[in-house]
Write a protein that binds this ligand. Structure first.
Ligand code: AMP
Length: 424
């Protein structure tokens, strides 16, 4: 923060035509405020205020490049520069307002993003990058903090902060280190000789962070980062590390669920890897995870059986209390049938259908049920059934992943490692 702008009691700068209100955040050399255009009540904008005193020669250049680039481009996934103004003290960039915060906050509030969301975001990002690269512009500081979201209801990515952007044709080579180390391409980190392709690396890191909740080479220092990027060690996912931790702590069901999730990522990785050595490394991991998941499954299902044998008095009481409501009674009977099937070992999609049917009905009943003991029991029963259905869904997915891995022509691999519990 420069020029004393960060102080708690600091008032927004005055700007003709605009009313500046809350502070949205601050970047390398500027503070950004929310604002309204005076003549048009509802036009909300974000105003980036740069105190001229805070600028050295390099940051003047960065700011001018940012203005020059943003002024000439318009794209649905690039934040729009509507106007810029200046006075004796400040330079103001008046930009389209993005109400959804930045992608970093969006990911971390959710821990990880579902693949379906990550895929859409990646398409939007690719679209913005293609547009920039067709115009020989490189962003050079792509990271989740610089990607804004138009809103939270219908998030639309908007690439922002062009402070490090450069005009670069595909063959141009540069040597100045720019951007944030965690998202920097290896050629920039290790040899400081790079070209326009470095943005693509950053996109890969961003995608990884969206799916796994942290960048692949998270490090405490620049040298640790350099070391990790140079090494040929495969990147361990959080999921596997968490699974191992749960496993060691004796929480078989959580460990099983985490291994199953991890396999969902590793099996496609196995399919797409073309390098023979890396393929073999992934294959060996997949087989280890599958074999440990198998052992855990036996453990979990024997624990579940013990629980089931103890019966479910709450469900029986609820059924007793529902005899006057045939629809509720029938839905509970479907739920009991689902549980019975699962108990018999039928962990397939038919059993899942039964769970889903009964849950659909029970949720409707719950909404209509007046407050009281029956509502409480029903609420608890729905939660139990949802937990079971969720677990069953994971089992089915895990089986599918396993079948897929098995059908990839490596029967021998399963036997060679079965029984091994070394998971790292
Ligand atoms: P920057 O200097 O561009 O990195 O911006 C600093 C912070 O201000 C960002 O991390 C956002 O939280 C916020 N911000 C920047 N531009 C906008 C905008 N157009 N709409 C909403 N918030 C913004």
């Amino acid at each position: 923060m420069h020029g004393g702008m960060a102080g708690a009691g600091w008032a927004p700068p005055q700007l003709e035509d605009f009313i500046l209100t809350e502070r949205l955040g601050s970047g390398t050399y500027a503070t950004v405020f929310k604002g309204y255009r005076k003549r048009n009540v509802r036009e909300v904008v974000a105003v980036k205020c740069v105190n001229k005193r805070s600028l050295n020669k390099a940051s003047v250049e960065n700011l001018l490049t940012e203005i020059e680039i943003l002024k000439t481009i318009r794209h649905p996934h690039i934040v729009e520069l509507k106007d810029f103004q200046w006075n004796k003290e400040y330079i103001y960039l008046i930009m389209e307002y993005c109400a959804g915060g930045d992608l970093s906050r969006f990911i971390h509030a959710r821990r990880i993003l579902p693949e379906r969301v990550a895929r859409i975001f990646l398409q939007q990002l690719a679209c913005a990058l293609k547009f920039l690269h067709d115009r020989n512009i490189s962003h050079l500081d792509l990271k989740p903090q610089n990607i804004l979201l138009s809103s939270l209801d219908k998030p639309y990515l908007k690439l922002a902060d062009f402070g490090f952007a450069q005009h670069m044709s595909p063959r141009d080579e540069k040597h100045v280190l720019r951007g944030s180390p965690l998202y920097m391409a290896p050629e920039m980190v290790c040899s400081r000789q790079y070209d326009a392709r470095v943005d693509l690396w950053s996109v890969g890191v961003i995608l990884y962070e969206a799916l796994f909740g942290r960048p692949p080479f998270a490090s405490k220092s620049f040298s640790e980062l350099e070391e990790k990027i140079r090494s040929n060690q495969p990147i361990e996912t959080n999921l596997v590390m968490e699974a191992v931790e749960k496993d060691q702590a004796g929480d078989a069901s959580a460990a099983l669920s985490l291994y199953s999730k991890a396999l969902e990522y590793f099996v496609p990785a196995l399919r797409y890897e073309i390098d023979a050595r890396r393929k073999e490394a992934i294959r060996s991991k997949v087989s280890q995870y599958i074999s440990r998941a198998e052992q855990l499954k036996v453990l979990v299902s024997s624990n579940n059986k013990t629980l089931l044998q103890q019966g479910n008095p709450a469900r029986d009481i609820l059924k007793e209390m529902s005899k006057d409501k045939p629809r509720l009674y029938a839905a509970l009977a479907v739920a009991s049938a689902a549980v019975a099937k699962e108990e018999e070992g039928k962990d397939d999609s038919e059993t899942l259908d039964l769970y889903q049917q009964s849950l659909g009905e029970l949720l409707l009943m719950l909404a209509a049920e007046p407050a009281g003991r029956r509502k409480e029991l029903l609420h608890a029963e729905i939660q139990t059934l949802m937990g079971r259905a969720e677990y069953l869904k994971e089992q089915i997915k895990r089986k599918e992943s396993q079948l897929e891995a098995e059908s990839m022509g490596k029967e021998g691999m399963m036997d060679s490692v079965r029984g091994s519990c070394t998971l790292q």
